[in-house]
Every structure is written in C-alpha cells, then in structure tokens.
Write a protein that binds this ligand. Structure first.
Ligand SMILES: NC(=O)c1ccc[n+]([C@@H]2O[C@H](COP(=O)([O-])OP(=O)(O)OC[C@H]3O[C@@H](n4cnc5c(N)ncnc54)[C@H](O)[C@@H]3O)[C@@H](O)[C@H]2O)c1
Ligand SMILES: [Zn+2]
Ligand SMILES: [Zn+2]
Length: 359
C-alpha cells in the first residue's frame, strides 16, 4: 500500500480540488476502508460547494471544516485498529454519516444525526475526513454491513438518501395495498418510490417539475404514474385514485408548492412525511388537515439500526438503489462530477475511485 492517497477538498468557490493526503492508520475502535463508492449529496452542493463560509454550525463557526468531502461512503475494510469487534479486514460496509458521542439520549437511540454533544458530533465530509478519497478512516460504531448482493454504489446511496426515505415511510407507516404519492423525484424521492413499494405500497404516483427528470424516472420503472407538477397535478392524482387521494404522501421536493401538492392529494386518514429540507410549509387547516384526520411526520435521516434494517431488506429483496444513479465518475474527475451534480443531473452522481478490483 502506498503512503499517500487522493482526496477531494471543497474550497467553497464552486470547484472540487483533488489533493494528496497521507493514508490514515486506524486507532482503537477504528477501521480504514478502501472506498468503493462515495455519493455527492444535495447538501454538499447547497452548503459547501458554492461557499461554506456562510453556512454556520451550531457553534457559529463554518460547519465545513475543510476536511476531505463526502458523507456517503461505502467500501471494504483494509485495516482494523485495536478493540474492534464486529468488523474486520475484508468486510464490505457502508458508513452511517455521523459519529455521535454515543452517550446522549439521541445517540443511545441510534440517532447519531441528532447527537446533542456538539464537541463530539462529527459528520464525515464536514467535521472529519469523508469518503471522496481512496481510503477513509471510520469509527467501527458507524459501520453497517453491506449485505450481499448489495454493491458499493448501493451502499453509498443507502448511507444518506435511502436511509432518509426509509425513516419517513416508516414513520408514515406505509403498508400493503396503499397508494403512495411522492412529490419531487430526485434521488430521495426515487428512494421513497423504491422503498415504498418494497414495504407494500400498491401503486406509486410521482410528481416532478423537471421534464428531463421525468424521462429519467420513466426509464427506471420505479413509479407507476408520472404527473407533471402544474396546477392540475392534484386533480390528476385524485382521478388516478378514484377520487380518494393517496393514503401516504412524501414531500421530497423541499419546496412550499410541492408540500401543498402532497398535503392536498393525501387521502382521508392519510399520513404525510416531510423529508425535503428548507423553506416553509403553509396550508389551510380545517378542510385540508383536521377534517381529513391527517397525520404529518417530519424526520431527519434515520437511526443506525434503521439504516441496517433497510440494507438487510433491500438485499433480501434483491433491490439495487444504484438504479437512481445517472452519472458515475472516477475520483480524479471530482471537479467535473460536482459540476454535473450542481448543473441539475437527472439522477444521482457518484464518485467511484478507480485503481482497485472491487469485485
Ligand atoms: N430529511 C432528511 O434527513 C434529508 C436527508 C437528505 C436530503 N434531504 C432533502 O430531501 C430533498 C430531496 O433531496 P434530493 O437529493 O432528491 O434533491 P433534488 O434537488 O435532487 O430533488 C428535488 C426534486 O424536487 C423537484 N421539485 C421541486 N419543486 C417541485 C414541485 N413543486 N413539485 C414537484 N417536484 C418539485 C425538483 O425538480 C427535483 O427533481 C432535499 O430538500 C434535500 O435537502 C432531507
Ligand atoms: Zn447526503
Ligand atoms: Zn450524542
């Protein structure tokens, strides 16, 4: 093994720089992973790529600490530190994207994402080196088995977007025979479509604004009915469901109009899951919520166990999240990969370090 590796640093000026870094060595409780795939996420683009210095963490300082980017890694363990017990050299894993203190209430429930100890909460690609590199140093506690036949790209997708969609659908309790509405068909919306069907949804209706994305989604076969996001979208959804609407709806658009579409097209006694970040949610209350007896859930990523359960289920069903990927590029082309992702790629963009046999 060489002494140095490539890693991607985001200067915050809409470029991605490939630099040389020392290959890490694992300390107690740590593993080094040879990266098999590392996803580029919408949050990397919105909060780091174009200018991270304005995006403050809870401490008031920039949340991105200039580390190697990428919070969606998956790969193979190549070195193990003292005291690791569950994973060893040769194991394939995906990585839950944050390490928490392990002691606070949220960490103990497996929600490292909501760790309340800011001095210890460290996200890969934000406050500690992430997956856009040949190797990544990880805490064993954040590793999740990459069950066969999942591949590394599948693992990278589960590590963020698919985990998020699973948590939302679990809270909204989608189950057999129900109709599922997904508003916003980016990687997270497509994850909701795939997982919703796996959990038993009878029919999946998708709403999307971008014509290019609609064509991409059509080719994946993940959605039964594709509805263009316009003034008639809600009427179309009611027409498709014999006038009742969808028992479960998901907003993965992160937009106020998308949320309005989702809530309006939710059936009586239905459940709506808010997943999209940012902006506002405005609604009339009586007829739209109360009289329809609606439940609205909101969730932030998922728990360690939720992510592991999801990986196990996808593997058992032979489902491959990889289907939502439109572009895969080698690490050395990180700048181009980020430009493609920032330019509104039709699907997910993934960095796949070349130079090793990941079979
Ligand atoms: N809750 C969480 O833990 C969590 C985790 C990851 C991502 N997210 C958020 O989930 C959202 C989706 O993530 P993504 O990576 O798929 O983003 P994305 O930007 O690729 O996808 C959003 C899609 O919504 C579409 N859209 C926008 N307005 C619409 C409207 N009015 N009607 C229908 N479609 C509309 C866009 O055209 C786009 O295709 C983002 O807001 C992201 O920040 C949340
Ligand atoms: Zn992400
Ligand atoms: Zn904690």
């Amino acid at each position: 093994m060489a002494d140095t590796m490539r890693g991607v640093f985001l200067p915050g000026d809409s470029t991605a720089a490939v630099r040389e870094y020392p290959i890490p060595t694992p300390g107690p409780g740590e593993l080094v992973i040879r990266t098999g795939a590392s996803g580029i996420c919408g949050s990397d683009l919105s909060y780091i790529y174009h200018g991270y210095k304005t995006h403050k963490g809870l401490s008031g300082a920039p949340a991105y600490k200039g580390v190697i980017a990428g919070h969606e890694p998956s790969g193979r363990v190549v070195a193990a530190g003292e005291g690791v017990s569950r994973f060893g050299v040769g194991d394939d894993v995906l990585v839950y994207h944050i390490h928490g203190c392990g002691q606070c209430r949220n960490c103990r429930a497996g929600y490292y994402i909501s760790c309340t100890d800011q001095s210890q909460r460290k996200a890969y690609g934000w406050q500690r080196d992430g997956g856009h590199a040949d190797y990544v140093l990880v805490s064993e506690a954040t590793c999740i088995p990459l069950f066969a036949p999942l591949n590394y790209v599948d693992g990278a997708l589960i590590a963020c977007g698919f985990g998020t969609a699973y948590e939302g659908l679990r809270r909204a309790n989608v189950h057999g025979g129900e109709d599922l509405l997904v508003v916003g068909l980016g990687p997270v919306g497509l994850a909701a479509a795939m997982i919703g069907r796996m959990l038993g949804a009878r029919r999946v209706i998708g709403v999307e604004r971008s014509k290019e994305r609609i064509e991409f989604v059509r080719a994946t076969g993940l959605v039964d009915d594709l509805v263009v996001a316009d003034e008639s979208a809600v009427d179309t959804i009611f027409a498709l469901t014999d006038g009742k609407g969808c028992e479960v709806s998901v907003d993965a658009s992160g937009s106020a109009p998308g949320r309005s579409t989702a809530v309006s097209a939710t059936a009586e006694w239905g459940r709506m899951a808010l997943l999209g970040e940012g902006g506002t949610f405005e609604t009339e209350v009586s007829d739209t919520l109360l009289h329809k007896q609606l439940t609205i859930t909101a969730s932030w990523v998922t728990s360690l166990q939720g992510m592991e359960d999801l990986a196990r289920m996808l593997a058992a069903e032979g489902l491959h999240p990889e289907i939502v990927v439109s572009h895969r590029l080698p690490l050395e082309d990180a700048d181009e990969a980020y430009r493609i992702a920032a330019g509104g790629a039709t699907g997910k963009v993934v960095l796949v370090p070349s130079g090793w046999d990941a079979a």
